[in-house]
Design a protein around this ligand. Structure first.
Ligand SMILES: Cc1cc2nc3c(=O)[nH]c(=O)nc-3n(C[C@H](O)[C@H](O)[C@H](O)COP(=O)(O)O)c2cc1C
Length: 286
């Protein structure tokens, strides 16, 4: 049987509308039009609506009914729970990539809050195509670690070969400078640690559909929301650029397997999460 997409309905209840025009002024798609001051806005071409929810969130009298936002999904803002500028800045100043992670599991409620925070990041045209894969099986995390380490050690064998080394030093200076750090990683990896993923108990992979133009931006904005939430819970979060670089060269299929990406998705950011072993008592000015 052929399926039809659910029709979008946006309705303004005339008796409740204060005619303030806020919904029309803010609608980014011009779906709501207030033709004259103090008139009830009209709904035009509702199919152009991008479901951003600004109209429902702005309406001071609850006069706007939107099929994408049933009443139970339109929530009052708790002003008393919003952070002060000082407390938010303090969180940002004291946030660190805390790489000393214990083997204790990251509590479930923290993972849920981190994912919820990621969901609330802005996305281009409200397209909300970011997917966050949650990897917490130890064997899966070990798979990511092993693939990354083997990749970089193979690369180092080539780039640091006595014949190639002078060229690496000259033309791939940044990579060359990483050689001593890689050696430290190798020793730790051989001793059973997971240095590439900072010994994380949970790895989050942020991905978006391959052909989507704003994958980088959307995924990294979601990442930032998620990382601040982890920080607010006192949980370590580290951006795994090392793993991401390896994934770029593994190719799409291998990356998708390792990081549990949905079909047709591309990887744009990876986060390690874990219970910290150390506490930062100070921040350094930037
Ligand atoms: C794109 C990107 C990639 C990163 N990759 C790694 C990584 O692979 N491993 C790691 O331990 N830290 C990684 N980091 C963390 C940075 O090293 C860290 O943010 C920087 O040194 C500043 O420290 P802070 O985050 O504590 O302020 C990465 C950060 C970014 C933004």
């Amino acid at each position: 049987m052929r399926k039809f997409a659910a029709m979008k309905t946006i309705r303004i209840i005339h008796e409740k509308c204060l005619r303030c025009g806020a919904c029309a002024r803010e609608c980014p798609q011009n779906v709501l039009i207030q033709s004259t001051e103090k008139s009830v806005p009209a709904v035009e071409q509702p199919d152009n609506c991008i479901d951003c929810g600004h109209c429902a969130a702005l309406c001071p009298s609850g006069a706007l009914e939107h099929s994408a936002f049933p009443q139970e999904n339109v929530c009052e803002v708790r002003e008393d729970l919003r952070p002060t500028p000082e407390s938010l800045l303090e969180l940002m100043r004291s946030r660190r990539s805390n790489r000393s992670i214990t083997s204790r599991p990251v509590p479930e409620n923290v993972i849920n809050d981190v994912l919820e925070a990621a969901r609330y990041a802005p996305t281009a045209e409200n397209s909300r195509r970011v997917h966050v894969s949650v990897i917490r099986e130890s064997s899966d995390i070990q798979g990511i670690e092993d693939a990354t380490m083997r990749f970089f050690l193979r690369l180092a064998r080539i780039l640091l070969h006595p014949i190639v080394k002078p060229f690496t030093k000259l033309f791939l200076t940044d990579l060359y400078k990483q050689a001593p750090a890689l050696e430290v990683f190798r020793k730790r990896w051989e001793a059973g640690e997971r240095p590439s993923v900072c010994n994380a108990n949970v790895v989050l992979a942020f991905s978006a559909p391959k052909g989507y133009d704003f994958g980088w931006q959307d995924c990294n904005l979601a990442y930032q929301n998620a990382s601040l939430m982890a920080e607010a819970h006192g949980i370590s979060q580290i951006y795994l650029g090392f793993v991401q670089t390896a994934c770029k060269l593994f190719g799409q299929r291998r990356t998708a397997e390792l990081l549990h990406l949905p079909q047709g998705h591309r990887l744009y950011a990876i986060m390690a999460l874990g219970v910290p072993a150390l506490k930062y008592h100070r921040y350094t000015r930037r």
